[in-house]
Design a protein around this ligand. Structure first.
Ligand code: AMP
Ligand code: MG
Length: 323
């Protein structure tokens, strides 16, 4: 089924416009990846620094041919297994991919999103599209069309509403630029699942080689309200007379007079928790609290991506925002 809305979005992209679009991870800010001026507008709207390269979203393997020089066999196996889905691959780019997309790198990040509306959008636009998260640089990623409307509504040409995002955290990024595959960002496909297909994946620590991905910057995915992750370290004195919200993984086990409690997953399901993460943080952020206490989640499967986002949201290194 082809909606009028999707057709309209595709037409705007073909003409060089900027369209916010749904994916299974978070909402993206879309523009024709082969139109450098349209891509420049995406950076402007997000107020994203130009050194921070974008992910190109595609709908078919033919699109992939237009973007990358070669596909290593391990990358091919991941594509077979996880596309369409929340896995981004960094591969050597073809000459034709504009430098603004890759921030001058010889590699390009690519993925095929798992959302029927978006796959149609890309096919109708007849071009792969860039798609950083549709939020101002440094803030929480949007997981509903209303989130985009609230923050960037007056700056984009169109918002394609595809309902709430199913996965709720960004894609996992695996790079094939260096020897052996390397994990650049934990995300919607657990590392364990990737390693079950291609064996050991190197884990790149933030800062080792400069921020290869904005998700590797220390401060990222952050609400305006300060977030405390290791809150057992906070003294009762520090917490006294403050309006504090709790971001709980499951039923909270602490006794404290919280102003508000958000529970990510009552049954302790990491998938459900990931899907609720950004909208729960948004709700807490709207309350004008003094502090958000975030409860750590088990660091397995999607828990790795959730903990990565929570650590970055709670980083005290203010001002080093990521997208
Ligand atoms: P976002 O779209 O904001 O979720 O971020 C996209 C992520 O992909 C960012 O963290 C980028 O830095 C990363 N990325 C995009 N292109 C490349 C590349 N060529 N090499 C390494 N990382 C990349
Ligand atoms: Mg982002």
């Amino acid at each position: 089924m082809m909606s009028e809305e999707t057709r309209k979005g595709a037409e705007i992209i073909r003409r060089g416009g900027v369209v916010a679009f749904p994916t299974e991870t978070v909402y993206g800010l879309g523009a024709d990846a082969f139109n450098p001026i349209a891509v420049a507008r995406v950076f402007e709207v997000k107020r994203r620094p130009y050194f921070d390269p974008l992910i190109v979203h595609l709908a078919t393997l033919k699109d992939l041919d237009r973007l990358v020089r070669e596909i290593p066999s391990k990358a091919e196996r991941l594509i077979e297994k996880f596309w369409p889905g929340p896995l981004t691959l960094v591969l050597f780019k073809k000459e034709e991919v504009p430098e603004i997309v890759t921030s001058g790198l010889q590699t390009v990040a690519v993925r095929m999103p798992k959302h029927p509306m978006t796959l149609q959008l890309i096919q109708l636009a007849e071009t792969p599209i860039v798609g950083p998260s549709a939020n101002p640089f440094g803030y929480l990623s949007p997981t509903r069309a209303e989130d985009v409307q609230e923050q960037l509504g007056d700056q984009v040409d169109f918002i394609l509403d595809g309902g709430p995002c199913e996965v709720g955290v960004e894609s996992t990024i695996v790079s094939f630029a260096e020897e052996g595959p390397a994990l650049l960002r934990a995300g919607g496909i657990p590392l364990e699942e990737i390693e079950s297909i291609i064996g050991k994946v190197n884990i790149t620590k933030s800062g080792e080689k400069g921020p290869l991905a904005p998700g590797m910057l220390p401060k990222h995915y952050a609400p305006r309200t300060p977030v405390l992750l290791n809150w057992d370290e906070a003294s009762p004195e520090e917490l006294k007379e403050k309006r504090i919200g709790l971001l709980a993984f499951r039923e909270p086990m602490v006794f404290f007079n919280f102003s508000h409690i958000e529970i990510l997953s009552k049954k302790g399901d990491l998938r459900e928790a990931a899907a609720n993460l950004f909208s729960a943080m948004r709700r807490l952020d709207r309350l004008g609290l003094d502090l958000i206490l975030a409860e750590p989640v088990p660091e397995v499967g999607l828990g790795r991506a959730i903990m990565d986002r929570l650590r970055k949201a709670s980083s005290t290194l203010k001002g080093e925002g990521g997208s």
